[in-house]
Design a protein around this ligand. Structure first.
Ligand SMILES: CC(=O)N[C@H](C=O)[C@@H](O)[C@H](O)[C@H](O)CO
Ligand SMILES: CC(=O)C(=O)O
Length: 306
């Protein structure tokens, strides 16, 4: 069983997957990417091969290569590398979970299968149990993202009694805006679970509801701002926390009006970090670079930095 270690808290950047201009995995910029997160954003925790990392568009072999590189390059620089190992096939999940152990990951997370969907929370819990059992010594997180999986079960139902069947269960990443469900997850926390919120533009509301931290795409390039939001919240300075959240929301709303999606998000990161992350992989289409530039410009004017 995974030891009950230090709780995962604070900001966790959900990384983009670097590709070459031809759409092949580009491991060569991962070191540079990690340095950017640590030095420029003050972010030392990452969530790899998740939604932002387009994991479901990559083969098991590619996901293993990525996991190895993130873990190796992060050693001594990052505090935590959480690897998402969710796939449609239980066997693929288990293979990736076992691989995450070998790679030296600090934890694994799993989304619900989404093509053939679990009929109820019990079925999803059984699926998660089978994945976790392949890596029983690693902290295990359920990754709830109903809008993308189309599995609209309540997370609070999924985690009910979960530690009885998954001794390594350590919490969840909640990417949804149902704060009733999120609150009920927090309220049944035995204490050593962590609740990480995943809708970056609503983080402050989730902190009020008891979130321990956050996993998100925008912490790749707004990590330093959102770290300030966390500190303000911790000090009880809600005025400052709101000011930062509202600024961040203004940037996201501007991006939404430009057609914000994962492809644009990746391009925004390229513009702001200078790291060549390449295009997204099909079926996503590259975004219009001028739109990503406009968002980057908006960000600079609102935050007065970068
Ligand atoms: C759907 C999606 O990708 N959600 C991300 C995390 O789960 C978030 O980090 C969003 O990208 C972010 O909140 C911007 O909307
Ligand atoms: C945001 C997040 O957690 C993901 O990209 O998976």
């Amino acid at each position: 069983m995974a030891p009950v270690g230090k709780k995962l808290t604070g900001l966790v950047a959900a990384t983009f997957t670097p590709l070459t201009p031809h759409g092949e995995v580009n491991l060569s910029v991962i070191g540079q990417y990690i340095d950017y997160l640590v030095e420029r954003q003050g972010v030392r925790k990452i969530f790899v091969n998740g939604t932002t990392g387009e994991s479901m568009s990559f083969s098991v072999k590619e996901r293993k290569l990525l996991t190895d590189e993130w873990c190796q390059r992060g050693r001594g620089k990052l505090d935590e590398v959480i690897v998402h190992v969710g796939c449609s096939s239980l066997k693929d999940c288990q293979e990736l979970a076992r691989h995450a152990v070998e790679a030296g990951a600090d934890g694994i997370a799993v989304i619900s299968p989404s093509f053939l969907k679990p009929p109820n929370a019990v079925a999803l819990r059984m699926f998660l149990q089978e994945v976790a059992a392949a890596a029983p010594a690693l902290p295990f997180y359920y990754y709830h993202i109903p809008n993308l999986t189309g599995v609209h079960l309540l997370a609070s139902d999924v985690v009910e009694g979960i530690e009885e069947i998954i001794p390594s269960f350590r919490g969840l990443k909640f990417s949804g805006s149902d704060l009733l469900d999120f609150g009920q997850c927090v309220s049944c926390n035995p204490g050593h679970w962590t609740h990480l919120y995943g809708v970056d533009e609503q983080l402050l509301a989730a902190l009020a509801m008891g979130a321990d931290g956050a996993v998100g795409s925008t912490y790749n390039y707004m990590g330093s701002t959102m770290n300030r939001l966390l500190s303000a919240f911790d000090k009880g300075d809600l005025e400052q926390a709101r000011d930062l959240q509202f600024k961040m929301q203004a940037i996201i709303l501007f991006a939404i009006k430009e057609g914000f999606n994962l492809a644009m998000n990746k391009q925004i990161m390229c513009e702001l970090s200078g790291i060549p992350l390449g295009p997204p992989r099909l079926p996503l289409l590259p975004c219009d670079v001028s739109k990503a530039c406009a968002v980057a410009q908006k960000l600079r004017s609102v935050l007065g930095e970068q």
